[in-house]
Design a protein around this ligand. Sequence first.
Ligand code: GAP
Length: 456
Amino acid sequence: MAEEMTPKVNMETIVSLCKRRGFVFQSSELYGGQASCWDYGPLGVELKRNIRDAWWRSVVQERDDMVGIDASILMHPQVWEASGHLQGFTDPLTECKGCHRRWRADEAKDGRCPSCGGELTEPRMFNLLFKTFMGPVEDSASTVYLRPETAQGIFVNFENVLATSRKKLPFGIAQIGKSFRNEITPGNFIFRSREFEQMEIEYFVKPGTDEQWFRYWLEERFNWYVNLGIKRQNLRLREHMHHELAHYAKCCYDIEYLFPMGWSELEGIANRGDYDLSRHSQFSGRSLTYFDEESGQHITPYVIEPSAGVDRSLLAFLLDAYDEEPDKEGIRVVLRFHPTLAPVKVAVLPLSRNPRLQPLAREVYNRLRRCWLVQYDDAQSIGRRYRRQDEIGTPLAVTIDFQSLEDNQVTIRDRDTMKQIRVPLGVLEETLERKLAGEPLEVLPPGGSYWLGWGE
Ligand code: GAP
């Protein structure tokens, strides 16, 4: 592997940071842990929310041709018959005759068990749908499924959304929500789990324009990751080979990220043709078509589907942000999150616990938390506190010292450059806002601030 193709950080480092600082915990750890399920802690939940919000803003809020929905997880069982999941949502499963571990057939090494090298059984198709029962009777009539993708909630609402939003082709419907798959081999931390969250778009277009829209969405979605700070060299596009295509897809590309275990799917972008709307028309007996005023005909739109994972994106953003550099105390660990994603935007740090500093520091804290998620920290030395904030990716810290009591000025310290400036309290929010929006700290706010040069 060429040097630039080597992931910078291994998974163990990230897993340990996530646990230590409260991003992600093993589910039900108290009882020994529930395999392949994860809980998001106080910082993880903020990071996740920021990822969802950035996605929603980019694909719904800032566009004229998109609307959102939030469909239920449990749907009519016929949805999964029509969608093809009851029949076709399978992976080939094989079992080791020696150690009895189960594998997806494509994970077998030279046809042998990847764990003990034992002989494997012939693969059989294993359906990944989670089943449960609705209501008080547990029989086949009450069987329902946990959705394996959010997409179907969009297709079955196509008519409702079309009627109520009066959108014209091309237009899209976006949804964020939990999905469930009984994966044969979950793993690699939150990369593949059995309960996860998706951010999906179904973009409806006129047949014949689908390839052009497919290319458009490839570029759009690739750039979304880059604009939120993922290094371009850690991303690539890969076209699915014919045998990899899902049962509904005409064509599919993955946006791949260079995870510690190698290049792996971050988001899939598929051309689903008219498969889903046609199948739901057929199974429901309702015509899911669109009246095209131009041709005077009813048409079944084609669908372009960019489908991203919240958890997988979160993992990629964490890995990509992770950085280490030597400093006088050893190693400074920094999460260089894009400010939009950083769980905590600003830390308020009185220079010491001296009671004279507290009232002003508290006042600044109360002011800033109206605008952002802010942390107040007065425990241990200021250097230690800067390091703690660096390790969770807080872009800016505001320090209140004894001089602040005299001149009503505070120090802003930048996570990435460690540069510091002194600003009057009157322009604090405005300066922080501009800095969080990406302006360099060198840009002086009106009212005047002055350089302190390099900090610490
Ligand atoms: N509706 C299309 C669809 O679900 P997919 O490629 O199976 O396509 C889309 O899934 C995205 O959902 C993936 O790129 C990934 O980010 C996320 N995803 C899928 N299975 C996952 C799992 N078991 N754990 C975590 N994320 C998963």
